[in-house]
Design a protein around this ligand. Structure first.
Ligand code: ZN
Length: 367
């Protein structure tokens, strides 16, 4: 949910209206500095919230803040709307805070039973997890997703920590045979060079620390070659059917999943290599963290990926990574344009808060 505070709409609450410390900090992030007295609690030196900002705060704290990740997919455990009365119990610190939202916005909070696609009940995704049905879906992926060709005007980056000879271009090629088979796409007979046009993503993916000795190579396809890549970061528009049958949703969930999904992504890579692709463009696992957006956004339980007016925004949420097959530097497919040292000068994390537990019938559930 986008937070837009129109300066013309008057404040109706403020950060000092709340007792829960995390909620208060969220309200400070969203609220605007203003010295007028809060119409709800009378405080002057607090950050003020308009009606829209208060709705955004409820969403960020209770909905996004109760997001539960499954093996594939994720769904919020709490929702709110104007039609229901509050049917959950929260911790004592939050009990008075929740009344502020109820009174000022006329909303109630309740436990949310997600639509099952949100937690991985997506047919093509289930077929990918079954060895007997996997091949059919992999063939559809190769057929339905677009091919993208990149030439020597396209730059991307690869980071190495403590390479033995930092100035040597081959040090930035795919890892040696002894370490192949541990990543998202590589397997014992298919080495893969991982890179990204987004340097922030490279740093994230390498999980670097301040003590690391880092070097970055700027890579580009050789002037004489262009690379033919299967673009799995594309959003498949015009799909027939719902999220439950959606190949687009299956791929979207696959790349937001952890290591348990690698067996499937390796099968896709092997098939793409056999089909003559030079590599794969795929959405980074860290795309959403990099952009600070909530995964699996929905309106009335319908994925925004399926709603035409949201599709451009949804596509923009996917930051592309590259997986190039083989040893492309040694093979002369990629050239190393430049090698630099990379020094970490500043790291910043953005975060927000959610409730720690919820109850409907005296049984407390941790969130
Ligand atoms: Zn207030």
């Amino acid at each position: 949910m986008e937070i837009t505070q129109k300066s013309t709409s008057p404040p109706i609450a403020c950060s000092a209206c709340f007792a829960d410390h995390g909620l208060r900090l969220n309200a400070e992030q969203i609220g605007l500095e203003e010295t007028s007295a809060c119409p709800n609690c009378g405080t002057t030196d607090s950050r003020k919230l308009t009606n829209d900002a208060l709705i955004a705060l409820a969403h960020r704290f209770f909905v996004w803040g109760s997001l539960h990740s499954c093996e594939y997919g994720a769904a919020p455990q709490i929702q709110f709307n104007e039609h229901q009365k509050t049917s959950i119990d929260v911790s004592p610190e939050l009990a008075s805070d929740i009344k502020v939202f109820e009174r000022l916005l006329g909303i109630g909070f309740f436990l949310y039973g997600p639509r099952l696609w949100m937690i991985g009940e997506v047919e093509p995704l289930k077929e990918l997890q079954n060895r007997h049905t996997q091949k059919n879906v992999v063939d559809r992926i190769l057929h339905d997703f677009p091919t993208r060709t990149i030439g020597s005007d396209y730059h991307f980056y690869r980071i190495r920590n403590k390479p033995s000879n930092p100035a040597e271009p081959l040090q930035y090629d795919s890892p040696p045979d002894s370490t192949v088979g541990k990543g998202r796409f590589d397997s014992s007979d298919l080495p893969v060079l991982y890179a990204s046009p987004d340097l922030q993503i490279c740093v994230h993916e390498c999980r670097v620390t301040a003590e690391d000795e880092l070097y970055v190579a700027t890579l580009t396809p050789n002037t004489s070659t262009s690379l033919r890549l299967l673009d799995l970061s594309a959003l498949l528009k015009d799909e027939q059917g719902t999220e439950f049958e959606s190949l687009d949703m299956a791929i979207h969930m696959l790349f937001l999943a952890g290591k348990h999904s690698y067996e499937i992504t390796r099968a896709i890579a092997t098939a793409a290599c056999i089909a003559g692709f030079d590599g794969i463009i795929y959405p980074s696992y860290f795309s959403l963290l990099r952009l600070g957006v909530m995964p699996f956004e929905t309106t009335y339980g319908i994925s925004h990926r399926q709603i035409p007016q949201y599709q451009k925004y949804e596509q923009a949420k996917s930051i592309p990574n590259l997986a190039i097959f083989g040893r492309p530097i040694e093979q002369g497919v990629l050239s190393v344009q430049c090698i630099n040292r990379l020094i970490m000068s500043r790291v910043e994390y953005n975060f927000h808060f959610g409730p720690s537990q919820v109850s409907t019938d005296g049984e407390w559930t941790k969130l």
